[in-house]
Write a protein that binds this ligand. Structure first.
Ligand code: FE2
Length: 536
């Protein structure tokens, strides 16, 4: 018996004739967040058929969950044909695309060679194989017929555990090439690899660049997924996502769960302490990343996928776990330089009329931090006449009424919420960490606010951990402040200062800022349609 495949509900984010008396707000197009199952969670607006978030606030609603369905799903084995190597080196594998900060540029990444596990490993030489992409407007069976060639760089990383019983790993060669001078909204055909080597080029693939920035063009469909993992449930989510044929994917942290593979034996059993009792840090089994890259390649070689780090990407290694995020930083290309962040932990990009901001919840987010000052500058650069929509995404929800991770990232909210609220109307995709779905009413500082952003938690792509079903307002389910400790940052838990929960840490009913919640696996689809009425 399977858990529900996808998240539910259909909402729209802007009404046509509502007025929000906020400063600095401009034309607002209609944005539809279509979450992929068919059931409507909200009452239907008579004119459009879809209520907008400005029709709210909506009465808090919880879709009941049959607790007997709360079953985990085992990891897909690395011998599965979708995870196992399909080609021999030097053929490229794990091919993946990422958007750059604007649609004239696209990143192409892939892996050559094999990642290896053992006690004494010599890393591969990244200079021994070229990083090149041959591409053009037309499909061709002749590699030399492509009119353009782009070249980039390559690297390897190692995951090292100087403790008995823990396996070391060194990666294949990870290539990243940036194509430039592309036309927006155009299809390109490409092969990647090393054209000088026999069998060194991939088969031809193709992709479509993002639409040009502007208020009247939008990515057709943006898939949002988080906490994905590599289980049977993950494969159902990814299959479903592929059927929805998105033009862009946001993967908002916790991608592979390599750090739980050996501690759970791939079975979803939570036994973190028994697997490596003598080691001060937990081994993260890096071949899972390679299996995941192969599993995702049919999608990621065609559709740009934008990632941001989650806690399962921390993967501490070295003495005492001093080195972190090695796999995340080496495997993914993101437009960090292009967006002025110069770190893969946070960045931004435009896709049509949407400015996407990917924030790092596991690097310093305080007001004195580099990330905060980058965000200030990034927001100042946004021209709302060009990108009327600003969508921010990060891994750890600020608003969350589930018991799991309840108020875990209060410090981040308290540091950054004012900056985002004062300047811009945003959609926040707090996609993940909490393994369930929740959509908030427009809210600021835990108070309903028609000028506040809409927060959406799209929390479970199907990882090895089970779905979250307890709410902090359920009898006996209010966590104690020490239950949800963030893996980065401090503790800023608070009791509510007004409203029905005044003076208390948890509400005694679903909070008014929580519009709808449901425990389910799946992904979300974000659709934006041009809308010309003057909303504000
Ligand atoms: Fe997480």
């Amino acid at each position: 018996m399977a858990l529900a495949l996808a998240t539910t509900g259909t909402i729209a984010a802007a009404g046509s004739h509502r007025h929000c008396h906020c400063p600095l707000l401009v034309l607002l197009p209609l944005l539809l967040l279509l979450l992929v199952l068919q059931q409507l969670a909200l009452p239907v607006d008579g004119s459009s058929g879809i209520p907008t978030t400005l029709d709210g606030p909506f009465p808090p609603t919880t879709r009941a969950f049959d607790r007997s369905l709360r079953q985990g799903s085992a990891d897909v084995p690395l011998t599965d044909p979708r995870l196992a190597p399909r080609l021999d080196p030097p053929a490229p594998e794990q091919i993946a695309l990422a958007a750059s900060s604007d649609p004239t540029s696209v990143w192409v990444s892939w892996v050559t060679g094999r990642g290896r596990v053992g006690s004494h490993l010599t890393p591969l030489d990244p200079a021994a194989v070229r990083s090149e992409v041959l591409y053009g407007y037309r499909s061709t069976t002749i590699a030399t017929a492509y009119p353009h060639v782009a070249r980039g760089g390559a690297e390897v990383y190692s995951q090292l555990y100087p403790y008995p019983g823990l396996l070391n790993y060194t990666s294949g060669v990870l290539h990243h090439v940036r194509l430039r001078g592309l036309r927006p909204g155009a299809r390109y055909y490409y092969r990647c690899g090393d054209a000088s080597l026999s069998g060194g080029l991939s088969e031809e693939r193709s992709f479509v660049t993002m639409p040009a920035p502007g208020p009247s063009s939008y990515p057709r469909r943006v898939a949002v997924v988080g906490d994905l993992g590599l289980t049977g449930n993950s494969t159902a989510t990814v299959d479903h996502l592929a059927r929805n044929d998105p033009s862009l994917i946001l993967l908002v942290g916790d991608m592979v769960y390599a750090n739980q593979y050996r501690t759970t034996g791939g079975k979803g059993a939570s036994c973190f302490s028994c697997s490596f009792p003598d080691a001060p840090i937990r081994e993260s089994y890096q071949p899972r990343w390679d299996g995941w890259g192969r599993f995702m390649e049919p999608i990621t070689s065609k559709i740009p996928m934008m990632v941001i780090e989650g806690n399962h990407e921390i993967e501490p290694q070295g003495h005492g776990g001093a080195v972190t995020f090695a796999s995340y930083l080496a495997r993914f290309a993101v437009p960090s330089e292009e967006s002025g962040s110069n770190t893969k932990f946070y960045y931004s990009f435009n896709a049509g009329g949407i400015h996407f901001i990917m924030l790092g919840a596991y690097v310093d987010y305080n007001r004195t931090s580099a990330q905060y000052s980058w965000l200030e500058k990034d927001l100042q650069r946004v021209d709302r006449r060009v990108t009327p929509w600003v969508v921010a995404a990060w891994h750890s929800p600020w608003y969350n009424s589930y018991s799991s991770h309840y108020q875990e990232f209060e410090c981040m909210r308290q540091e950054m919420e004012q900056l985002l609220k004062l300047r811009y109307l945003l959609f926040h995709l707090d996609a993940t960490q909490v393994h369930a779905y929740e959509r908030m009413n427009r809210v600021f500082n835990y108070t309903l606010d028609p000028c506040g952003p809409v927060y959406i938690t799209v929390g479970d792509g199907g990882n090895i951990e089970k779905i979250d079903i307890d709410h902090a307002d359920d009898p006996g389910k209010c966590p104690s402040p020490g239950d949800n400790l963030p893996e980065f940052g401090g503790l800023c838990h608070l009791n509510f200062t007004s409203g029905p929960a005044k003076g208390k840490f948890c509400w005694d009913r679903q909070p008014e800022w929580s519009a709808f919640r449901e425990s389910s696996f799946g992904h979300g689809i974000l659709e934006v349609a041009p809308f010309t009425s003057n909303v504000f």
